[in-house]
Structure formats: C-alpha cells, structure tokens
Design a protein around this ligand. Structure first.
Ligand SMILES: Cc1cc2nc3c(=O)[nH]c(=O)nc-3n(C[C@H](O)[C@H](O)[C@H](O)COP(=O)(O)OP(=O)(O)OC[C@H]3O[C@@H](n4cnc5c(N)ncnc54)[C@H](O)[C@@H]3O)c2cc1C
Length: 477
C-alpha cells in the first residue's frame, strides 16, 4: 500500500517526487517505459525560459518565473548541466518590434529582471553570425539552458535516495477506487495507493478518464529538431528565438549545454501521441526557417534529428489540481512549454496540494536535497584527471571518444540508485553515444560493460524499451 503513486517519470513526475520525498510517506513513481525521461522530457529545446511569454496571472507565467529563479541552485545541487546563456527574440521589422515591446512589458509586469530591447549594432556585437536584416531583439538576461534528461534523471535519483521507489515498465491500464483506496491495474502487478498524482504527459487525459474525469483534453503537437556537431563551434552564443506568432514560438537556434547547436522545433497537431520518428519535409522546413536567423548553418554537420511531442491542454494553461470527479486524484497535466522551466516550482506547488491530505504528516529525519558532486571526466583539469585515474583506473579508459566518456562513468551510471539498464540509459546519463559518430565506436563496449555489470547476456542488452535488442545471435563461438 502506497501513500502516493505518481504516474509518469518525466521531469514533472520527477520533481513532484523530489519535493514529496522529504516527508514520511511511502511513494512510488511508475512509468510504462524502461527508464525515466523517455517521453517529452527527453526531447525538447532544454531552455529555461525567462517567463515573459505566458499570460500574466496564469499558472504557466507564475510557475515559469519561480522555476527559472530556482533553477541555477537546483542544477548545482543536483549536478545538472546549466548555463545562464541569455536569449534573444529577433525581429525583422518595426511591426515585429511592437511584439517585442509587448513581450517585454508583459515580462516586466511579472517582475522579470534583465529584459531590454537592443538595436542592430548591439545584436551584431553579441551575435556576429546573425543575418543583417534582423533589426531589433529582445534580450532576456535570465534565460538559460539545461540538459533536460539529466534534469529528470537526477531529480528522480534524489527522490530515490530519499526512499521513493521507481517502478519501470509499469503501464497503467485501469484505475479503480473502493473505500478511499485506489487500485491501479498495470501490465505487471496491481498497485494500491491512497493518493494518485497524474503526471502522464501527453497521456494525462487518458489516465484522468480512468477515474471518470473528462474535464480536459490533451492535444499532441509534435516538434522536430536537427542537432549539429559540436565542431561547428559558436554559431550562436545564446538562445535565438524568432518573433512569436499565433502558432507559437517558432523555430529557434540555440547552443546546448554540451556545445552542440540545436535547430527547431516545428509545430504540428498529430494523432499519434507516441510519435518518435522525424520527417524529411519537417527537417527541410526547420532548416529553411533557421536560415532566416543565420544563413551560416552548416547542414552537413548535422549528426542527428529527433521529435518531441507537446502536451497542449485545451484550456491553454497548466492543469494542477485535484480532479473534480475523483477525490485524492491530482492532475498535473497540460505540461507543454514551459513545463521544463517550471518543473521545480510545480513540484513545490503539488506538495502544498498534497500534504493536507495526510494527517500528522512529518518530515523525515534524514533526507537530502543534493546529489554527491560529480564532474564529467571531460570537464576535469589534467590534475583532477590524474587523481581520478589514481583512485579508479577505469577513469583511464575512454569508451566514447566523441564525448570523452570513461568506463568509470559508465559503471557509475549503471550503479546509481536509478541506474541505467539500457544503451540509451547510459547515453542519457553519461553522453556516451551522443557525439559525432552516434555510438558507432562505443556501442560494442557499452554493451560489454552493461552485460558485465548487470550480469546478463549481451544478447539480452537492449537499446531502450522491451524488445529493442541490438545483438541477435553469436556469429563466432
Ligand atoms: C518540441 C518541444 C520543445 C519544448 N521545449 C521546452 C523548453 O525549451 N523549455 C521548457 O520549459 N519546456 C519545453 N517543452 C515542454 C517540456 O518538455 C514539457 O513540459 C515536459 O517535458 C513535460 O514533462 P512531463 O513529465 O509532463 O511529460 P513526459 O516527459 O512525457 O512524462 C510523462 C511520462 O508518463 C508516462 N506515462 C504515460 N502514460 C502512462 C501509462 N499509462 N502508464 C505508465 N506511465 C505512463 C510516459 O511514459 C512518460 O514517461 C518542450 C516540449 C516540446 C515537445
């Protein structure tokens, strides 16, 4: 019997779990996938928005601003790569400049600091590669970038270190309630709990329907991206948005915390909520839209493309409240952008909703809100590298040459509390396989290490979800 069952191990479920994990409550996070961050939280722009975009007074606006304020400290506490790189929204005409002014005024009303409109000369000084027909830009000094999958995994790791259980490959099929106790039928066993928190991303409306709540609908909207190799260098130094339109924020160009360049996303209403594939027409569209920002995009340096699916609510705003049709069932739904930026604030908001549901609730005597400080080998100084190798000679073996990931880091990723069990799990925790060769070199070694550490046959090692085997049989004895 759990006190709380959180459905969904995306960034929202992870931060809700982290906030609640400091209390004496029996909590589990369940996900139908084999790992955390396998939904939208693993496929987005990774931007911590300054918060000027949403309608003032909306949950989106207030939680974005609060999340953005908290983010640097949380990223430092949880070893999440973060950079306060600033952002520009660029305009090509005086007409568009008016939109920038509206955005700035909206942001200032919400108390956002560091907003200003800059002219061509200043734009050129800050971003020499942008096209010359950009006339004005809104500079947001508080905008930042993070690693979205590390943010999710590390927040859940923190919660797990405080005793929260993470149940992988548990798909919710049916929810029943009797005598104030929920029973969740999954593809594995049945789970019983007193409170359910629905953080199921694009599927949140379907989960809500299982308790008779049809009060909202999630409209899935895909966004595709191109990633350029880090050898491109600083094509842009900030997040560069175009002036937003009715359709949304439009195609942006940004550097990532790992020094790649990201171009995208487009926005299409789709029917398949589980869409993962990319499409040549969308990639073509993104590239052409990106060229409006800078005509110096070296497309031949593209190393990967991916798709994320936005959970756009029909109400327009985040939905964070107890269900109108079912007591003790809390929807945390409609988490489209800026859900990532708001996640830590959403965790604390949900905490305030949930704690009054438990009488005599107490805080744990021993809990932590940090993870042990860990530096990537690639970010260590020469002396730090020597020390690391002296302590553990697995630091002396580079497995992923593109990203300089060592065997020690891969072994550590497997043995964390919510350790990696798949090749993609290693990739999201260490970046092994995310570089220019996309795993062409390190994949066999990653399989070897997973097989050795998890004590399972190499043929059983999966790329991601169930059945995604990489090796099918031995070719030599
Ligand atoms: C293209 C794009 C760009 C974006 N860019 C940004 C950005 O730059 N900045 C920003 O702040 N936000 C951005 N966002 C929004 C942000 O990514 C989301 O708000 C956030 O990731 C939502 O997290 P989540 O945990 O709600 O959903 P998810 O990460 O999708 O997690 C939901 C989880 O629920 C699980 N689940 C669903 N159904 C079931 C079931 N039946 N049983 C068990 N588990 C289930 C899924 O497997 C999934 O893991 C972007 C989104 C997209 C699509």
């Amino acid at each position: 019997m759990y006190d709380i069952i959180i459905i969904g191990a995306g960034v929202i479920g992870a931060f809700v779990a982290r906030s609640l994990s400091v209390y004496e409550l029996k909590i589990c996070v369940i996900d139908k996938h084999i790992d955390a961050a396998m939904g939208t939280s693993g496929a987005n722009s990774g931007i911590i928005h300054a918060g000027y975009d949403a309608i003032p007074g909306s949950l989106k606006a207030s939680l974005n601003i609060e999340g953005s304020r908290k983010m640097e400290k949380i990223c430092s506490d949880l070893n999440i790569p973060y950079e306060n790189c600033e952002s520009l929204v660029v305009a090509f005409s005086d007409e568009e400049k008016k939109v920038l002014e509206q955005l700035m005024n909206k942001g200032k009303k919400g108390g956002i600091k560091g907003l200003s409109i800059i002219n061509q000369e200043e734009i050129r000084r800050l971003e020499p590669n942008l096209n010359r027909d950009i006339t004005w830009a809104l500079l947001a000094k508080t905008a930042a970038i993070v690693s979205p999958y590390k943010m999710t995994i590390n927040a859940l790791e923190n919660a797990a270190n405080n005793g929260v259980e993470f149940l992988r490959e548990y798909e919710v099929l049916e929810i029943n309630k009797e005598n104030d106790i929920f029973t969740i039928k999954t593809n594995k066993e049945k789970l019983r709990g007193k409170v359910i928190i629905n953080c199921a991303g694009v599927f949140a409306d379907e989960i809500a329907k299982m308790v008779g709540d049809k009060s909202f609908k999630i409209i899935p909207r895909s966004g595709e991206y191109i990633i350029l190799d880090k050898s491109v260098g600083p094509l842009v130094n900030r997040v560069i948005f175009q002036t937003p339109t009715k359709e949304g924020k439009g195609v942006l160009i940004t550097k990532t915390v790992d020094e790649n360049i990201l171009i995208g996303p487009d926005a299409k209403v789709i029917s398949d909520k589980a869409l993962h594939e990319t499409h040549s027409d969308a990639i073509d569209y993104i590239y052409k839209k990106g060229l409006k920002i800078t005509d110096k995009i070296p497309l031949h340096k593209s190393i990967a493309t991916f798709t994320g699916v936005r959970a756009t609510p029909d109400s327009g705003d985040f939905i964070i409240k107890e269900s109108i049709s079912c007591k003790h069932f809390i929807n945390v739904a409609g988490m489209d952008s800026p859900g990532l930026s708001s996640a830590p604030a959403i965790g604390d908001y949900v905490l305030k909703l949930v704690t009054p549901m438990f009488l005599d609730i107490t805080m744990k005597k021993n809990y932590t809100i940090t993870l042990p400080t860990k530096k990537y080998f690639s970010n260590m100084t020469v002396n730090e590298k020597k020390e690391a190798i002296k302590e553990n000679n697995q630091y002396g073996k580079i497995v992923c040459r593109c990203e300089n990931v060592t065997e020690a880091e891969i072994v550590n990723a497997i043995h964390m509390t919510i350790g990696a069990t798949t090749v993609d799990g290693i990739k999201r925790r260490t970046r092994a396989g995310m570089g220019r060769c996309q795993g062409g070199f390190c994949l066999p070694q990653v399989i070897d290490i997973l097989s050795r550490e998890l004590k399972i046959d190499k043929e059983k090692i999966q790329k991601g979800d169930d059945g995604s085997y990489i090796l099918t049989r031995r070719t030599r004895v």
